[in-house]
Design a protein around this ligand. Structure first.
Ligand code: UDP
Length: 243
């Protein structure tokens, strides 16, 4: 974000990859892809590839984290060393710690953690290939994995970003748009109530542009929600569940 460049990001109303301003990159989701997790999902979103695995509710370790009121929910967002063009140094860093924290807080709003006191629920998301928007792809996949695990949920979560490039508000920024654009606003919403459970902003937007960006993401979230539902229906049509 904010890197100076002469690169034109919009030409004749079309973006570098041919998309219209309010168009999402292609998304595919598959639920139930891991045998050893209670729930899982694989998601591709443009050039992003992420896999999510959910465990629990299970015994809470370390014990001092356990609560008599709710399950202790952890979320680990991790980028594989080969997920970006320069090798990413393995292990947590400031960025992944921040993403993990806010994603856990968002998921805690939908998973009925109060039904499982003294236990823990662990959500892991591995980014296998990154192309901007990985925190949104990760959380969108994690919500499907949590549903696949059979956890009781108030709603799903859909996460999507909108921002500004070449003075135009656009949906779902690609890598170059993220690097050379003017603003990026990832949000996560509950598709039924349209409640926003995560919101970040990198760069600057006017009040009007901000509203336009949020409206775009909320509209796109409905599309993404349909794909999440389809992935879960297909999973259970096949007789799914654990043997
Ligand atoms: N990125 C990278 N190395 C890093 C972190 C990010 O190459 O250590 C790339 C990656 O493609 C990522 C993009 O920069 O998707 C945008 O990163 P940002 O921090 O905005 O998060 P994201 O948009 O992926 O949620």
């Amino acid at each position: 974000m904010g890197m100076k460049s002469d690169l034109k990001l919009i030409k004749n109303g079309k973006r570098l990859d041919g998309r219209k301003p309010d168009e999402l990159r292609p998304i595919t989701i598959k639920a139930g892809v891991l045998d050893n997790a209670n729930g899982s999902a694989y998601l591709e979103w443009g050039g992003n590839k992420v896999i999510a695995g959910v465990y629990g509710p299970r015994e809470c370790l370390p014990r001092h984290r356990s609560s008599p009121y709710k399950a202790y929910l952890t979320y680990r967002y991790n980028m594989a060393p080969f997920s970006v063009d320069d090798r990413k140094r393995p292990g947590p860093d400031r960025r992944s710690t921040e993403i993990s924290k806010i994603s856990a807080e968002a998921l805690e709003r939908v998973i009925e953690v109060e039904k499982f006191p003294n236990t823990m629920i662990n959500v892991f998301v591995e980014v296998l290939q990154a192309d901007a928007g990985t925190r949104c792809a990760a959380l969108t996949a994690a919500a499907v994995a949590a549903a696949d695990a059979g956890l009781p949920m108030r709603d799903l979560i859909v996460s999507c970003a909108a921002g500004k490039i070449d003075d135009t508000v656009v949906l779902d920024l690609g890598k170059k748009e993220d690097n050379f654009g003017q603003a990026d606003v990832p949000i996560a919403i509950l598709p039924h109530s349209e409640e926003i459970v995560l919101l970040q902003m990198d760069g600057d937007l006017t009040k009007e542009e901000f509203k336009e960006a949020i409206d775009m993401s909320v509209k796109a979230a409905k599309q993404i929600y349909e794909l999440q539902k389809k992935a879960l229906t297909e999973r259970f049509k096949k007789g799914g569940g654990k043997e």
